[in-house]
Design a binder for this molecule. Structure first.
Ligand code: B12
Ligand code: SF4
Length: 468
């Protein structure tokens, strides 16, 4: 069958944790989940195209033009709660032009499969992993066969009732997934705010996280990891086939299994793959030996989840770290020439003007290279969302998906600060960190390319003039 996967433009949403400029400028990343889905379909023998309308700046009409030439039998879309209505708009438009079945999948189908399928434009959904279930679903559509036995398939039966089959195995073995279909993507387009080399891509070497931070949607997802050999083979493929020179490893906690990370780093060094990479870590997972080896294997920046400088807040969100560990991780990273980015969140349970002030001063004192500062929100699937549901007796995300609730800021009843105040503190915090003369002077010396300089200048100017 001929299948077209479409990545719709991502837009800032009012309920997002980030200011508009961060959502729209921090990163232009490849649609990794869809690239996995494309590879799964190709492996099953189908002809696939991916249209990254987000990266290519394509309109709905441009995309329809591409589809008109390809003449797909099926259209497929990834959906999440944030971008749900935007994606739905695209589905409506494209389905009018190319009247073929639509399959949707992704995290929204784990949380809100029934609500998503309540829209007639979406014919089928996949709940959970697509590796085993999607090829079976496509085959059943092709041969007009029964879907009721396919694990993880969501559909409408002959009476028009929505049926959600129980999801299949969560742990199929991450090594058994094909590598993302990067040959179908415009790899030269991607970048992140801190990236220095082209081509740039993102990858995942593990999924989920065993920790239980209350604000986090990943905390509920099982931890699955790939073997070092499998990971390094993908890195090598990126390097040789797609001229990729920088990779952002998007794992929630890349350094969780030290033995695995040691093996990955040693293989990168042994095979002489000259690639730069960045990753995310908890501050309590790094030590001298690990950072030294990571730096020699090309690690150039680590994004640490710090969240707050107030220990009571860290305890309230179940972060299980302390400020001494934060200081130590940043110091050790710097010692080994690795840059650092700190993730912070304002508006956590118990947040006050004073805790915000202390968090911002702490961030500046740490001499981090970058910060990303967000407003704490009740992400779908997180413990904080359960708290919000209990306090308000409403599920805002469900209502939003059903079209009963308009796009708006989510309430945050765990702090006395209003959303308006929070937004203003987030902006002030960014300004106070990035617009320090000492910081700007230090940064200029670390810039490696004109592209990087241009990105910082544009972000700075937009930040000054953008109000949302
Ligand atoms: C890489 C990544 C990104 C990348 C790429 C987007 C993507 N997912 O491809 C970028 C940077 C663009 C991104 C952006 C955002 N992301 Co993101 N992202 C991730 C991350 C770290 C990994 C996703 C991944 O590739 N996993 C590996 C593959 C193999 O697994 P998978 O994605 O689950 O895909 C499997 C199944 O879900 C299914 N499937 C997935 N898509 C589809 C599509 C079809 C058609 C079918 C049939 C099946 C299917 O099949 C796949 C293979 O089995 C996840 C965290 C996580 N652990 O999942 C967060 C995550 C999904 N992102 C999240 C969020 C919030 C966002 C943003 C909204 C952030 C923001 N404020 O703007 C944006 C919007 C994204 C969008 N609309 O595409 C949240 C979602 C929370 C929620 N409950 O909704 C997560 C869970 C992280 C978190 N912080 O909590 N993201
Ligand atoms: S915030 Fe990080 S450590 Fe905590 S549950 Fe989420 S991914 Fe895991």
């Amino acid at each position: 069958m001929k299948i077209a996967l479409i990545h719709c433009p991502l837009r800032h949403r009012k309920f997002s944790e980030n200011p508009k400029i961060v959502d729209e400028k921090f990163c232009l990343a490849p649609p990794l989940s869809l690239a996995y889905v494309a590879a799964i379909l190709e492996r099953a023998g189908h002809r696939v195209i991916m249209v990254d309308a987000n990266a290519l700046g394509l309109s709905k009409a441009d995309t329809a033009g591409i589809l008109d030439k390809f003449k797909p039998d099926i259209l497929a879309f990834r959906m999440d709660a944030y971008q749900f209505h935007q994606t739905l708009e695209w589905i409506r438009y494209l389905k009018q032009k190319i009247a073929v079945p639509v399959i949707a999948g992704g995290i929204n189908f784990l949380n809100y499969a029934r609500e998503s399928l309540s829209y007639k434009e979406i014919d089928y959904g996949i709940v959970g992993e697509a590796v085993e279930s999607l090829p079976k679903l496509v085959l059943a559509i092709q041969n007009k066969e029964e879907i009721s036995g396919i694990e993880g398939a969501a559909y409408r039966n002959e009476y028009g009732d929505i049926v959600i089959n129980p999801a299949g195995r969560e742990n199929i073995g991450f090594d058994l997934y094909p590598f993302p279909a990067r040959h179908l993507l415009p790899n030269e387009k991607y970048y992140s705010f801190v990236s220095q080399a082209k081509n740039f891509t993102i990858m995942v070497t593990s999924k989920g996280c065993p920790y239980k931070c209350k604000f986090c949607a990943i905390a509920k997802l099982p931890y699955l990891e790939r073997s070092p050999e499998n990971v390094v083979q993908e890195i090598e493929e990126c390097y040789k086939k797609f001229n990729i020179r920088e990779i952002d490893i998007f794992d929630a906690v890349f350094f969780l299994n030290k033995k695995r990370v040691f093996d990955i780093c040693e293989k990168i060094i042994k095979r002489n793959i000259k690639i730069k990479w960045t990753c995310r870590s908890r501050v309590d997972l790094v030590d001298e030996e690990l950072l030294k080896l990571a730096a020699s294997a090309g690690c150039r920046c680590i994004f640490y989840g710090i969240e707050s400088a107030d220990q009571r807040i860290l305890n309230a969100i179940n972060k299980e770290i302390n400020l001494r560990q934060v200081e130590q991780a940043i110091k050790l990273s710097k010692k080994h020439g690795i840059q650092t980015l700190g993730f912070f969140m304002l508006g956590n349970p118990g947040e006050t003007k004073d805790t915000i002030r202390r968090t911002v001063s702490f961030a500046k004192r740490l001499s981090l290279d970058f910060v990303q500062i967000g407003r704490t929100i009740a992400k779908p699937g997180s413990d904080l969302h359960a708290v919000l549901q209990k306090e308000t007796r409403r599920d805002f995300w469900r209502e939003y998906i059903l079209g009963e609730q308009k796009e708006d800021y989510l309430p945050a009843p765990w702090t006395n600060l209003s959303v308006k105040e929070m937004n203003s503190y987030v902006k002030k915090a960014y300004r106070s960190f990035y617009f320090r003369p000492g910081y700007i002077a230090g940064r200029i010396f670390k810039i490696k390319s004109f592209g990087e300089l241009a990105r910082y200048l544009i972000a700075g100017v937009k930040f000054i003039f953008c109000n949302s």
